[in-house]
Design a protein around this ligand. Structure first.
Ligand code: MGD
Ligand code: MGD
Ligand code: SF4
Ligand code: MO
Length: 737
């Protein structure tokens, strides 16, 4: 391993958001006093004001420190404190009863994959030992499902080599100083090296403001836009002919499909001028190197699978796969046993895998589709399971919550939720609540009392990243190992998610599968290929990045059934879907619901549904804001800071208006993740049904993306109703801010 720096202080990988900046912890009297920027100048800019607020979060008065057991009605938020040992004992006994009665598939587990850092896939290992395939994750609407769908086309999920790229294409993705800061810094580095930046966003986003080209497409039309780009790239012969001839499958069929999308049609669908579409496609295809960094925008549309595949296809046709400045197919880290291996997926029987919820109708990221890649993944990458970003081999969340609520196709009666505010982090919050109310056992592993945790039978306090050791391999997405060291001790009643699964497995009689007594032992085991222990690694360096190897496919082929980049997907075809990408319209706007609504534009001050109780961050954004264009606002006599309801046929969100020139006319933005910790005890589940975007979209199968079952969070119809009075029960701060 390369020795990059002597390690004399504590380095922490921040997990407040999911991009994992490495920061430094300062402690005083056994407490975290400050989290500060890196001492390596190359990394010092990778920090935002959430990271430097870590001490306010980790030492917060409301942080959970004692295991709690429900004493009132479910959701009444009444608890008694119990010991951790008693909690594990009772959970094991009650889970045993559920499994005896309904079978192991009646346990569903929800995590987010990102926040809890120390799970080491032990959730999957536990579930696979028990016999449940019903694992769901917030990353099913994020990089997790993108990873799974990328694999269908070329067998891996690439990480864009942004800093070295000559053209960076941002489909909505809008990194900035306080949102995914390292990616923002990479884009700036590319710009400084002369890269062109193309932004496709209905709004004038921060990235759009400084872009070389900005295409203001209608929300929800990314797949059509990509088909337009391909139309130009193929018909003007701007693609990499050698690469296409040697390494792709289905080019002629793709050409035919693309010809169904002439630029006039694409212009009509997207609302972008045909000439601008052509010019931007030429800029992208003509660049010496180009990348389309991962974006969550295409993770949440009714054409999600096609849109993600179209990004993959663009990368391949332009010859940008696995080249400097393009899209790097890293593979497993050679020095570290991957999380997927610890998950033990081979242990779950085919019979149980076949029961994975949603895999019959929407298989793309479930075992059913992903295991069709196993032998090819093994051939190229050495191991059959590649659970990149922990988003492959998942059950479908909508099908899972439906089974929890309706007991169809079979009952799901135990729900464990770790580091994930599940109630508000999937579509159809009402159905999620119904499902949770119908459980025999709910366990939440959390650091704060969230609306989801309020619905649990047991709430176990989690440790936080300054209180544990870890070595991050970015869930096999990027090559590199980043050190995170324990700076202080966790509260006495707190556990890591690793300890939770370990202790429960031992209590339930399959402890031999969990032989590592501590996290450090797991880390030692994972580092076996490197020949180092965790202690040795930490003493030597804080980051180890193996040198990249380019165009590895020349030696190995791609990890797909054909060994090629499958422009026409043999897997989708075998599963009964259209093997070629297409654009599908979401529900149309009407006189009743005249606006295209999208959720998102992340809040600088918070990560997702988190941190609303942290004063230094909440002061920056006291209330939920809905964006409207001035002409739309004027039509309804709405001015800045008016309170409105955004209504859809499915639900409504209450928020304050910000009138913004930067919005696209006819479009509305609603924020994600708003609840009101200060309303705990006053409003149902701390106001989590007042302003949450999760109530807005239906998730019955016909409203979902066909292949994966993803909801349409981008460009669904809605209307605005102006409120005469501010909503009742809001704090002074919310009303004023
Ligand atoms: N409706 C809707 N749903 C969405 C999205 C959306 O825009 N709208 N976005 C999707 C996206 S992009 C993502 S990435 C996911 C994110 O989904 P999540 O990752 O679930 O995001 P959060 O809402 O931040 O919830 C994380 C929870 O983990 C807790 N936590 C933080 N650190 C730790 C820890 O160390 N240990 C433990 N035990 N708990 C911890 C926090 O208190 C918080 O309650 O949501 C997806 N779901
Ligand atoms: N501060 C902070 N940073 C974060 C997070 C956070 O919660 N807080 N969350 C992190 C996570 S988990 C994620 S997934 C990322 C997400 O962050 P981003 O990738 O930046 O995504 P968003 O902020 O949701 O939306 C970005 C843009 O998409 C545009 N948009 C809306 N609809 C469409 C559409 O249909 N097509 C296109 N092309 N554009 C559209 C919006 O106008 C907006 O400007 O941010 C990460 N960074
Ligand atoms: S961008 Fe901010 S919140 Fe995210 S990991 Fe970096 S410092 Fe932490
Ligand atoms: Mo995300």
């Amino acid at each position: 391993m390369a020795k990059q720096s002597a390690n004399k202080q504590t380095y922490s990988v921040c997990t407040i958001c999911d991009i994992g900046c490495q920061l430094r912890a300062e402690t005083k009297d056994g407490k975290l006093s400050r989290m500060i920027a890196h001492d390596n100048p190359a990394l010092a800019r990778n920090v935002c004001y959430k990271g430097t607020a870590a001490a306010h979060i980790h030492n917060h008065a409301d942080r959970l420190t004692k295991p709690l057991k429900r004493v009132g009605e479910r959701g009444a938020d009444q608890w008694e404190e119990i010991s951790y040992e008693q909690a594990i004992e009772e959970i094991a006994e009650r889970l045993g009863k559920v499994v005896d009665k309904y079978g192991p598939e009646s346990l569903a587990v929800s995590t987010s994959g990102w926040n809890t850092q120390t799970t080491h896939s032990m959730d999957r290992r536990f579930m696979n030992a028990l016999g449940s395939p019903n694992y769901i994750s917030g990353v099913s609407l994020c990089a997790g499902n993108t990873a799974a769908v990328n694999k269908l086309t070329y067998g891996w999920f690439p990480f864009a080599d942004i800093s070295n790229s000559k053209c960076v294409v941002l489909f909505g993705h809008n990194p900035r100083k306080h949102s995914w800061t390292p990616i923002y810094n990479m884009i700036n580095a590319a710009r400084a090296n002369g890269a062109k930046v193309i932004v496709l966003d209905p709004r004038v986003s921060d990235q759009a403001e400084v872009a070389d080209m900005h295409l203001r497409l209608r929300s929800g039309t990314d797949a059509a836009m990509c088909l337009g780009w391909l139309n130009v790239i193929i018909n003007e012969a701007l693609y990499d002919k050698d690469f296409v001839a040697q390494y792709t499958l289905g080019f002629d069929e793709l050409r035919e499909r693309v010809n169904e999308y002439p630029l006039e049609r694409v212009a009509e669908i997207t609302g972008v001028d045909a000439e601008l579409i052509a010019e931007s496609a030429r800029l992208y295809a003509g660049a010496e190197s180009a990348c389309i960094p991962w974006t969550p925008i295409t993770d949440m549309q009714i054409s999600s699978t096609s849109a993600i595949r179209l990004h993959s296809i663009l990368r391949a046709l332009t010859g940008n796969l696995d080249i400097p400045g393009g899209e790097l197919l890293g593979g497993f880290n050679p020095d570290y046993i991957p999380e997927s291996k610890l998950g033990n997926h081979e242990m779950l029987s085919q019979e149980q895998k076949n029961k994975q919820l949603g895999s019959d109708t929407h298989p793309a990221y479930t075992y059913r589709a992903q295991e069709m890649l196993s032998e090819h993944t093994k051939r190229v990458y050495g191991y059959e399971y590649a659970d990149i970003v922990m988003g492959c081999y998942m059950a479908n969340p909508s099908a899972t919550f439906r089974a929890m609520a309706t007991e169809k196709p079979y009952p799901v009666k135990a729900f464990f939720v770790l580091g994930n505010n599940a109630l508000m982090s999937y579509p159809n919050q009402h159905q999620i609540l119904k499902g949770m109310m119908n459980q025999d056992l709910i366990v939440a592993h959390e650091i704060f009392m969230t609306p989801t945790a309020m619905l649990a039978d047991y709430v176990l306090p989690g440790d936080v990243f300054s209180e544990r050791n870890h070595l991050s391999d970015s869930w096999s997405w990027r090559l590199g190992l980043t050190l995170s060291q324990k700076a202080v001790e966790p509260p006495e009643g707190a556990s890591s998610t690793y300890e939770f699964w370990h202790d429960l497995a031992h209590k339930m009689g399959f402890g031999e599968l969990f032989p590592w007594g501590t996290i450090e032992e797991v880390l030692d085991y994972r580092l076996t290929p490197s020949g180092k222990s965790f202690a040795e690694f930490s003493a030597e360096t804080y980051m180890h990045v193996p040198p990249p190897e380019y165009r590895k496919y020349r030696k190995t082929g791609f990890a797909t059934p054909s060994g090629k980049v499958e422009l026409k997907s043999s897997l989708l075809e075998a599963l009964g879907f259209d093997p070629l990408p297409y654009h599908r319209e979401g529900p149309a706007v009407s006189d009743d619901y005249p606006y295209y609504v999208f959720t998102g534009v992340r809040e600088d001050a918070f990560f997702q549904t988190g941190q609303r109780q942290v004063k230094v961050l909440r002061d920056r954004m006291p209330s939920p804001k809905l964006f409207m264009h001035p002409e739309d606002a004027a039509k309804q006599n709405i001015v800045d800071h008016d309170w409105v309801k955004l209504q859809t046929p499915t639900g409504e969100v209450t928020a304050k208006v910000l009138v913004k020139e930067s919005m696209k006319q006819g479009h509305i933005r609603v924020p994600h993740g708003w609840w009101y910790p200060e309303m705990r005890g006053q409003a149902k589940l701390a106001g989590s049904f007042i302003s949450s975007d999760a109530v807005l979209c239906p998730d019955d199968p016909e409203f979902l993306d066909y292949e994966q079952g993803i909801p349409h969070f981008k460009g669904f119809p809605g209307r605005i109703v102006k409120l005469a009075e501010p909503p009742a029960g809001m704090s002074e701060q919310v009303l004023a801010g």
